[in-house]
Design a protein around this ligand. Structure first.
Ligand SMILES: [Cu+2]
Length: 146
C-alpha cells in the first residue's frame, strides 16, 4: 500500500515538473523581444502615424454608400501642399483611384491596397479631387484642397 502511494507521488511530481517547464518555455518565448520579426515592427510603426482617411471594415459589400462611410471621412478638406494618408483597415483589397467608376482620371492611383497598407499623397493644387475604388463601384469620396 505504502509502495503504491510512493509510486503515485513520484509520477505526480514528475508530471508537475514537466508542465512547469513547458509553461516556463511558453512565457519565455512570448516575452523575448528578439523573437519579434521585422514585419511586425513595421506594422507597429505604421500605427504611430494616424491616417487622415480610413477604409473601414466590411466595405467590400454594398451598403457603406448609403451612410457615406466607404471612406471615413468621405469629404476631407486639406490645405494646399499638405498630404493625405489613407489606411485600409478592411480585410479585403481596396484602392484610392482618381475619377469616377469605372473611369480613372489618371491623376493618382494607389493600386490594390492590402489589409493595413497605407497610401500617402500630397496635393499641391487647389481643387476638388473625386476618387473611387476600382474593385467596388459603390466606394467613392472626395479630397477638397483649399
Ligand atoms: Cu474597395
Amino acid at each position: 500500500m505504502i509502495k503504491k502511494i510512493i509510486i503515485i507521488a513520484i509520477i505526480l511530481g514528475v508530471s508537475i515538473s514537466i508542465i512547469g517547464l513547458t509553461a516556463e518555455g511558453i512565457i519565455f518565448e512570448i516575452s523575448n523581444p528578439d523573437e519579434t520579426n521585422p514585419e511586425e515592427i513595421n506594422l507597429q510603426n505604421d500605427f504611430l502615424i494616424p491616417p487622415d482617411v480610413v477604409i473601414p471594415m466590411k466595405v467590400s459589400r454594398p451598403g457603406c454608400d448609403i451612410e457615406d462611410i466607404c471612406y471615413i471621412p468621405s469629404n476631407i478638406v486639406v490645405e494646399k501642399g499638405k498630404s493625405v494618408t489613407w489606411l485600409n483597415e478592411d480585410s479585403s483589397f481596396h484602392s484610392v483611384t482618381s475619377g469616377f467608376y469605372p473611369e480613372p482620371s489618371g491623376l493618382f492611383d494607389s493600386g490594390h491596397l492590402d489589409p493595413y497598407q497605407s497610401y500617402t499623397l500630397s496635393f499641391d493644387e487647389i481643387g476638388t479631387y473625386d476618387y473611387f475604388c476600382t474593385l467596388h463601384p459603390w466606394m467613392f469620396a472626395q479630397v477638397i484642397v483649399k
